[in-house]
Structure formats: structure tokens, C-alpha cells
Design a protein around this ligand. Structure first.
Ligand SMILES: [Zn+2]
Length: 196
């Protein structure tokens, strides 16, 4: 994730007063990790700090995430993330999306963490803002990682060595975002995940 952190830092540095919800969500986990480490995050990300002060939704997510980061107990961590996801689903209401439109790189973190995704075969998957993902099927759970690569593509990694990148498109019914379409960039296979 280092590469997109650097890209975002460059971006934020160019326009500190005009940071929107998307940019804040993309760097929020880094921001609160700095805070939790006792670093003056507001000095490093003045645009994020002023946005958090002005935007109730992002401010609330920041407080929830900070609490999660400060509480390193894994069970509490998971609990905090579940609460966070409820708030994130609300947030998708502000996203402009047409059915089949590509999810922009800036929207990917919001899109994948907005809720548990259910797949047609009965499997489900949860993505958390800290870059972790859990895929659950009848046989059990698999733990992996997700990230946005240098080209703004959504990718996932499953230990020990399986890595795959996908084109991500919105799944919209009526005026509601109901899920995401993933198309494997290597195999061209498309599948849908619907928010639970
Ligand atoms: Zn906001």
C-alpha cells in the first residue's frame, strides 16, 4: 500500500484546502494510525484535519477508526470494524454511480468496505479499511489483503502467493448502489457481489 499512500500524499500536498470525502476516506486509516502513534497528523494532513472538523460523517468514521486502532485486541478490532461498516453503507448514498460504470480509484476503498458482499455461490467477503479481507464459504474462512495499485486498480492477495487484480464496476438498481461487479484482469471472468 506504500505506493498509493505516496500518490495520495503528493495529491493532498498540492491542494490542502479542498479535500473531499473520497480523499479523506482513502487516507483515513493512515491518518488515525499517525494520531494513535502520537504524531501530529493534522500538521501533516491539514486538508484532512479541516475536512474532519467540517464533515460529520467523516469525523465520526475517524473517531471510530481511531478507537479501533488504539484498541489492538483483535476481537475488539473486528467489532469496531463492523460498526464502522454500518456508517460506511450510509455514505454510499453520496456516491454518483451509474450501473456498469467503473469505480474510480478514489472510490474503491469506500466501495469495497461499504458492506459485506454476498456472491451468487453463497460465499461472502468482508473488506476493512485497513486493507484486510476475509472470504467466507461453507468450507471456512480465508484471510487475505486488498489494495489499490499504482494504476488505480483493485487487487487482492491471498497468502502464500495468489495475487489478482480486477476491474470494478458499480451494480446499481433503480437509484440504489446494490453491489459491485468484479472482472478479473487476467482471466476476464466477471462475478457480482451484492451488499448484504
Ligand atoms: Zn466527508
Amino acid at each position: 500500500m506504500t505506493e498509493w499512500r505516496e500518490a495520495l500524499e503528493r495529491f493532498l500536498a498540492t491542494d490542502p484546502r479542498d479535500v473531499g470525502c473520497d480523499e479523506v476516506m482513502a487516507v483515513l486509516h493512515l491518518y488515525v494510525e499517525l494520531q494513535a502513534a502520537g504524531v501530529d497528523a493534522a500538521a501533516q494532513y491539514p486538508g484532512v484535519a479541516s475536512h474532519l472538523a467540517a464533515c460529520d460523517a467523516c469525523g465520526e468514521d475517524a473517531r471510530g477508526l481511531l478507537a479501533a486502532v488504539q484498541n489492538e485486541d483483535p476481537q475488539h478490532h473486528r467489532h469496531e470494524h463492523n460498526e464502522e461498516m454500518v456508517a460506511m453503507t450510509e455514505k454510499l448514498r453520496g456516491v454518483q454511480a451509474e450501473d456498469g460504470a467503473a469505480v474510480s480509484a478514489a472510490d474503491i476503498p469506500k466501495a469495497v468496505t461499504a458492506g459485506r458482499l454476498l456472491y451468487a455461490d453463497g460465499a461472502s467477503q468482508i473488506f476493512t479499511i485497513d486493507g484486510r479481507t476475509t472470504y467466507s464459504e461453507r468450507g471456512g474462512d480465508s484471510a487475505g489483503e486488498w489494495y489499490v495499485d499504482d494504476d488505480g486498480r483493485f487487487c487482492s492477495f491471498w497468502p502464500p502467493s495468489y495475487r489478482a487484480c480486477y476491474a470494478l464496476r458499480w451494480l446499481v438498481e433503480g437509484s440504489r448502489i446494490v453491489g459491485l461487479r468484479f472482472t478479473g484482469l487476467a482471466d476476464g471472468v466477471t462475478f457480482e457481489g451484492r451488499y448484504a
